[in-house]
Design a binder for this molecule. Structure first.
Ligand code: SAH
Ligand code: SF4
Ligand code: F3S
Length: 478
């Protein structure tokens, strides 16, 4: 009895603290949020979906567009109110905006802790310290653009890696899928983009770490792995004589028993080695899906964006990809209203979309980000209403193409990984409980809805398409 009671006593006297999480931004941020909450859960924190009953409010932030930051600031405004009635609530701001704004955020009356993406592993300690000493804490990198080989970045990467391995990434055993970071940071410096300044230099994780993590997750029932990186095709890791590329990594991960589907996001059209396409074609577990943003179809704008390719170069790569990988589906991102974008530039973007015929695309209105090259050198001269119109016009073209192409799926039998019941409550009322509307995704990322038992969540199912629309395929279980 000697060792055990001590541990139970500690749990017994420890008050359970409630934590409320609000996460903005991309998949990287979602992954970071899940790692921190897993670390906090181990220390006895429990999640609550009500900010009003939380002891700690954790906000993971995004700086990619001004709108993303405004949403965080307005959220902090609400929290200032909340703190009037509950002054002991601790507010921790983490993520890209924390790194970008550091002290300014800490000066906000609602904020107690500010920590950047490079200090993720420190967040649980900072929260526990601040709960005890009630002081403000700032933990961001002073000079984030140090070389990847520098002592600071290497030490940080090692710590982050340990943290990542300990908390097993963003595993959702019910949905049987998980995201695994393959790379941190970015070195591309696209002229409009804040990411290199808030996420630091590009660092690839070792294939051993990624494989170890994937094996653990596969043992726990994870069937789909998505490898993450800002330009994942640039993955490079040298160990001894060998330099591992994304193609090597895909081979290693798909050789793991239990793993059925392997995805990777996001691809950058520059430096895209054809070996990746060959691996996609050769390995059945590697999903025939590329999220490969072009950003613009105009060479003049691509040059000003520092994207490092031309429209023709991009289209050649896409042709090669389509010719090599059967059933390949493509997704993209476009920015409208980049400084100096003329009607002719915009039409070149439209023409590119008509050539590629994406499965889906995200369209963003250019938003100047402080400190980026475009913000320093180029006037944000496209009026808001023109950006809005171009945004709407692109979405119209994208949707019309998807609607047309999706018709080819009518009557086809597809395999999907079931993600769970659809979020539309009117479709999932009590009377449908045994047979709710479920959402699944094909290997090439098509969203398929169909009715079936909820117990299919996390399973692979075979469905036949009965109706199609621009964003969704409707189907029935076979
Ligand atoms: N690393 C990924 C995406 C990172 S950000 C890639 O390179 O593809 C996601 C998307 O946000 C980008 O693809 C781009 O389309 C958009 N974006 C980034 N900075 C932006 C800005 N300043 N204004 C508008 N959109 C932006
Ligand atoms: Fe930003 Fe370009 Fe890096 Fe993507 S590749 S994160 S758009 S700098
Ligand atoms: Fe992602 Fe936004 Fe940061 S897009 S990397 S959370 S700036």
């Amino acid at each position: 009895m000697s060792g055990q009671p001590h541990r139970y006593a500690r749990v017994w006297i420890m008050e359970l603290k409630k934590i409320h999480l609000k996460s903005f931004g991309c998949q990287m941020n979602k992954l970071d949020s899940s790692l921190v909450t897993a670390a906090l859960a181990e220390r006895g924190f429990v999640l609550t979906d009500k900010a009003t009953e939380a002891d700690v409010v954790l906000i993971n932030t995004c700086s990619v567009r001004e709108h993303a930051e405004q949403r965080v600031l307005s959220h902090l405004g609400h929290l200032s109110h909340l703190k009037k009635s509950r002054p002991n609530v601790l507010v921790a701001v983490i993520g890209c905006m924390a790194q970008r704004m550091g002290e300014h955020l800490l000066a906000h009356e609602a904020v107690d802790i500010v920590a950047g993406p490079g200090q993720l592993h420190d967040v649980p300690d900072l929260i526990e310290q601040a709960l005890t000493n009630r002081q403000k804490h700032l933990r961001v990198l002073d000079n984030i653009r140090q070389p990847a080989e520098s002592e600071t970045i290497r030490t940080l990467s090692d710590r982050l890696d340990k943290f990542e391995l300990a908390y097993d990434s963003d595993a959702d055993p019910i949905k049987s899928q998980a995201f695994i970071r393959a790379m941190r940071g970015c070195n591309n410096f696209c002229s409009y983009c804040i990411v290199p300044y808030v996420r630091g230099p590009e660092v690839s994780r070792s294939p051993q770490a990624i494989v170890e993590q994937t094996k653990k997750l596969a043992d726990r029932g994870i069937r789909q792995i998505t490898l993450l990186g800002q330009s994942i095709n640039a993955y490079r890791y040298t160990a001894g004589q060998k330099t591992y590329t994304l193609a090597d990594l895909l081979e290693l991960v798909s050789a793991i028993d239990g793993v059925r589907w392997v995805r990777f996001i996001t691809s950058h059209p520059g430096r895209f080695d054809p070996s990746i396409l060959q691996v996609m074609a050769a390995l059945p577990k590697v999903c025939p899906y590329l999220h490969i943003p072009a950003q613009s179809g105009s060479d003049r704008i691509l040059k000003a964006m520092h994207r490092g390719y031309t429209a023709a170069g991009y289209l050649d790569l896409i042709e090669q990809a389509k010719a090599t990988v059967p059933e390949l589906a493509l997704a993209g991102d476009f920015i409208v209203g980049f400084p100096g974008e003329t009607e002719a530039d915009f039409e070149a973007t439209e023409a590119m979309i008509r050539r590629v015929r994406y499965k889906n695309c995200f369209v963003f209105k250019y938003s100047p980000r402080p400190g980026t090259h475009a913000d320093k050198k180029l006037a944000d001269d496209i009026p808001a209403d023109v950006k809005q119109q171009r945004n709407a016009r692109l979405l119209e073209v994208i949707n019309a193409i998807a609607e047309e192409d999706n018709r080819a799926f009518l009557g086809r039998t597809l395999e999907v990984l079931v993600e769970g019941p659809s979020k539309k409550p009117h479709l999932n009322k009590a009377e449908h409980q045994d047979n709710p509307q479920l959402i699944g995704r094909t290997a090439n990322d098509y969203i398929v809805v169909f009715n079936g038992p909820q117990s299919l969540t996390g399973q692979f199912a075979t469905v036949r398409v009965t109706k199609t629309a621009a964003l969704t395929l409707f189907a029935e279980l076979t």
